[in-house]
Design a binder for this molecule. Structure first.
Ligand SMILES: N[C@@H](CCC(=O)N[C@@H](CS)C(=O)NCC(=O)O)C(=O)O
Length: 305
């Protein structure tokens, strides 16, 4: 079995979701630190252009986006499960809750100023391009705070029957996905955000329970060594039932994967047989050799090159 290699940086909240997956399953993993801002040449050598954080590498297979990364970890180590029976649609729905809440927190922090340095802001301005004017975030801070308050209020209500975790007695991916934006609210020294979480006692106890899950067994690795691992490995065989490619596309054709999230970076390659929940493409890295890059179907488009 290939080692689990996470390309991430410590302050990434999305990476925290995945570090907690390792913790929940008690897994050993290798940690490759990537830059917080572009360029990220060793990361894009593996992904082909996807720049977001984190990315998981298993030999010559590269998984982009935490939704696909969590499924890959579940495949490697099914127990204890991240996806309890009967929660098939609920876990993805709560991941979406985590994503929208994350953006609310980030918008407040950017609008308030004083948290991110100019290098970071300049990089994120370039990342979102004309789609969002980050310098106008301050205008919507009061409204965003109210949205966040509404989301947190629902979370407090959900936990107020005394349950330990969102979907019952055991933690699962839903908890880890909801945890990271809420943790951020409590972490940053912003009085407006702090005021939102302070009254929530069920949320506070739940945060402590999730934090206690820990990160499994982490060992640092150099990015050049991670690329060498990819070079020396062969991508895994496809297992499972292939879904038909989108109408008009064929397996083997040159395609581009377009993330729907702004600025993540398109990735070109050859379309491979893919299951209903993921897109797989083959590409070559100059230093990493033949790779298969995986994307969760729900947030990524595949179109002809
Ligand atoms: N949908 C992605 C979102 C990941 C994401 O936005 N991560 C942030 C860091 S917490 C990011 O990539 N920021 C830009 C960067 O690191 O280049 C996922 O679930 O993995």
């Amino acid at each position: 079995m290939h080692e689990l290699i996470l390309h991430h940086y410590d302050i990434s909240p999305y990476a925290e979701k995945i570090r907690l997956c390792f913790g929940l399953k008690g897994l050993p993993w290798r940690s490759v630190q990537i830059p917080v801002v572009m360029p990220k040449p060793d990361l894009t050598e593996l992904t082909g252009g996807y720049r977001r954080t984190p990315t998981l590498q298993l030999g010559a297979d590269v998984y982009c986006d935490t939704k696909g990364i969590a499924r890959a970890i579940e495949d490697v180590a099914p127990s204890p499960t991240l996806f309890p029976d009967g929660s098939e649609a609920i876990v993805p729905a709560l991941q979406r809750w985590g994503e929208t809440s994350f953006m609310m927190v980030v918008t407040v922090l950017m609008g308030e100023g004083g948290v991110f340095d100019e290098d970071f802001m300049e990089d994120r301005r370039k990342m979102v391009g004309d789609a969002i004017d980050l310098d106008q975030a301050g205008v919507i801070v009061p409204a965003k705070l109210m949205q966040l308050r509404a989301n947190l209020d629902l979370l407090e209500q959900q936990l107020s029957d005394g349950r330990d975790f969102l979907l019952g007695d055991a933690p699962c991916l839903a908890d880890l996905a909801v945890y990271h934006p809420v943790m951020m609210v409590g972490l940053v020294p912003n009085p407006k955000l702090k005021a939102l979480v302070e009254p929530l006692r069920f949320v506070a106890a739940w945060l402590a329970r999730i934090g206690a899950i820990g990160h499994g067994k982490r060992e640092e690795m150099d990015s050049a060594d991670a690329i060498a691992v990819a070079r020396d490995a062969a991508p895994a065989e496809f297992r499972g039932q292939a879904a038909p490619p989108p109408e008009g596309l064929e397996v083997g054709q040159s395609v581009v994967v377009l993330p729907e999230e702004i600025g993540s970076g398109p990735v070109a390659g050859e379309l491979l047989p893919s299951g209903p929940h993921e897109i797989r493409i083959r590409r070559r890295g100059e230093r990493a050799g033949e790779l298969v890059v995986h994307f969760p179907r729900e947030d990524y488009l595949v179109v002809a090159a």
